[in-house]
Design a protein. Sequence first.
Length: 268
Amino acid sequence: VSPGLDTLVKAVNAAESGDIVALAEGDYLVSRTIKLDRPVTVRGNGKVRIEFERTALFEIADGGSLKLDGVTISGNSAPDSAGNTAIRTSRYSMLGNYALVVENSVIEDLDTNHSFNFFSVAKHTFADRIEIRDSVFRNVTGAVLALNRELDDLGIYNAEYITIVGSKFENIGKAVADIYRGGTDESTFGPHFLMSESAVAATGKNKRNKSGATIRLHGVQATDIHDNEFVDSSPVRIAETVGEPVTKLSGNRFDGTAEPTIDTSLRP
């Protein structure tokens, strides 16, 4: 695909399930939200820059999944509207599970207004896996992963496996990951959260960050946070609520950042 206005839109719309949309070096401008109802990979060579003019760049609908590899996504052209998001799920319930993978990419300047998330989900949508690997996120006024929509406390949640490895986060207003699983239903075994070999700086300190955390895990069943660096950021906050949660933290460095808190008062 060649650079230009909506060339990415046309290519993704023409792609079939499992296709790779390979982007040539250059700048891409997207004037309308790209809706995905099938699995698609968008791949660049590290010299690809994508900007978007709507409140979202991608929307994952029922049947869709997305992998980003080797691209830069910027929010510089996004509208001056609170609550923008680079990627979102459909606002409607989804029958099928989906996957989101981000590798070797840069996400920057999601800051045209407050609460600009990288990824936002709707109620009754569920990811088998969400992975961020070897990527950079900087200047984001909202959260990177906002997986906190199932607030009815019925034991359901928005993603099963969430993995962050070898990535950097700088100047993120809210949490890198905000994951919520409420209720006392023990019939499911997740979520599972892994974060390793990553660096976080100047993150989680926005006054709109109600979680007060850089990483907020509520009701997560398996947590492994190791060999990360947290600098001048809000703390990691973990609340164990149900089941037999396993929480492992090791080899992390906290500079100008409070030690993690693990709240067990909500466990039965």
